[in-house]
Design a protein around this ligand. Structure first.
Ligand code: ZN
Length: 185
């Protein structure tokens, strides 16, 4: 049975480590970790999670965009487990958006990310995949990929006034999303 694992909070040293590559797939302990991460993510209303957030310092992320209370406009997709992911190509264009993180509770930051990326990764069965991700899904990937390199969205924020509380974000969501569109234009 998948288990909900505790999520490390900012300040925990594991969140600042470079995660290790995973060798020899398939692996039952990795299958269990994937199931636990998806379960933990769903229970926490997240759209992505990286293994280091549950104290497993390995290169595995889950991208699972879906509309929920924290991200009402997120596109719907089935959760995808990406092992040893790499970014092969970036778009010239970046876009700004408000991000949160299950390891940084109660805060949102205004963060630029590449609008489109080409990624390569292994599935839990060890199959190699290559995909082009755009928009919000590309943003989730870049956020989770940062976790594998010991980075948090806080490191990507350009100015202190680009950090606000979750409560302030929820109260002003429509204006803030409109402002993000203006920065783009
Ligand atoms: Zn995060």
């Amino acid at each position: 049975m998948p288990q909900q694992r505790p999520i490390l909070q900012v300040g925990h040293p594991i969140l600042r480590q470079t995660a290790e590559a995973i060798a020899d797939l398939p692996d039952v302990s990795i299958d269990q970790l994937v199931a636990d991460l998806i379960h933990t993510l769903t229970a926490s209303h997240g759209v992505g999670i990286a293994a280091p957030q549950v104290a497993a310092s390995v290169r595995l992320v889950i991208v699972a965009s879906r509309p929920n209370s924290r991200y009402p406009n997120a596109p719907m997709m089935a959760p995808v487990a990406m092992i040893n992911p790499q970014i092969m190509a970036y778009s010239d264009q970046q876009e700004w958006g408000w991000e949160g993180c299950l390891s940084v509770p109660g805060l949102r930051g205004f963060v630029p990310r590449y609008q489109q990326i080409e990624v390569q990764y292994l599935t839990p069965k060890g199959e190699q995949k290559q995909e082009i991700l755009t928009g919000f899904v590309a943003r989730i990937f870049q956020h989770e990929w940062d976790h594998l390199n010991g980075l948090l969205f806080l490191d990507r924020v350009k100015a202190a006034h680009h950090l606000i509380t979750e409560e302030a974000f929820q109260a002003q969501m429509n204006q803030l999303v409109g402002a993000a569109a203006k920065v783009l234009a």
